[in-house]
Ligand binder design. Sequence first.
Ligand code: IGP
Length: 257
Amino acid sequence: MNRIEKVMRGITEKNEKAFIPYIMAGDGGLDALPQQITFLEKAGATAIEIGIPFSDPVADGPVIQAAGIRALQEGTTLKAVIQTIAAVRPIVHIPLIIMTYMNPIIAYGIEKFIEDSYLAGVDGLILPDLPFEEEGLIAPIAEKSGIEIIRLVTLTSPLERIRQIASKGRGFIYAVTVNGITGARKGFDEQVGEHLKRVKSVSALPVFAGFGISTPSHVEEMNRYCDGVIVGSKIVELFEKNDLLGIEELVNVQIVK
Ligand SMILES: O=P(O)(O)OC[C@@H](O)[C@@H](O)c1c[nH]c2ccccc12
């Protein structure tokens, strides 16, 4: 069974809340990635979303854009990230999910990318610029190798579309909680809670909220309506400041239920 499915089963059965941190591969040099991954696992992360730096990151806000630029300056490539994941995989037990735009995958070669990711022990993919209508390009090949494509739904998706996407979904549903780009925000639209409940009502899979979540109280608020959270910009910022305690505090909000 895919590691993501196994972890999701635990979440559904024990009614636990998930915490998925996002990190930008190569920020601080690719040598830092194995340590970042093992640190996050030890801190209690449910899974880790590993971002691939890319020159035109259309959905990324300033913090992740800057991290991507730093990672590119370090010479980080998709190939080197996959090799690094392969090297660390034997000592990591939680799911590792690659987040990338489609362009680097197409440049790499879709089939070769899936094959190398499978061999490296990658469990899932988040592909924000892959429209649901176009997913035939990669989803069947990925899912045949046991790599789950994590589907995203947004605040503007009509319920019928959410239902359709959820029915094809694997692992969990990524519910985007803002209209816009990644990055910390002060608060959320008051409709977000209702939206998350609606997504949950049509999804057999756990639903995780992501975008704009940066404080323990945001995490608690979102966890009231869904099964867990994904936090990117804040984690990237804390790693850059080397504030490891700050990361542990955020990851562990889930335990204070
Ligand atoms: O940074 P935030 O606001 O915490 O959002 C999560 C996010 O960083 C991560 O999931 C992500 C980074 N880049 C993306 C692009 C699209 C979708 C999701 C992402």
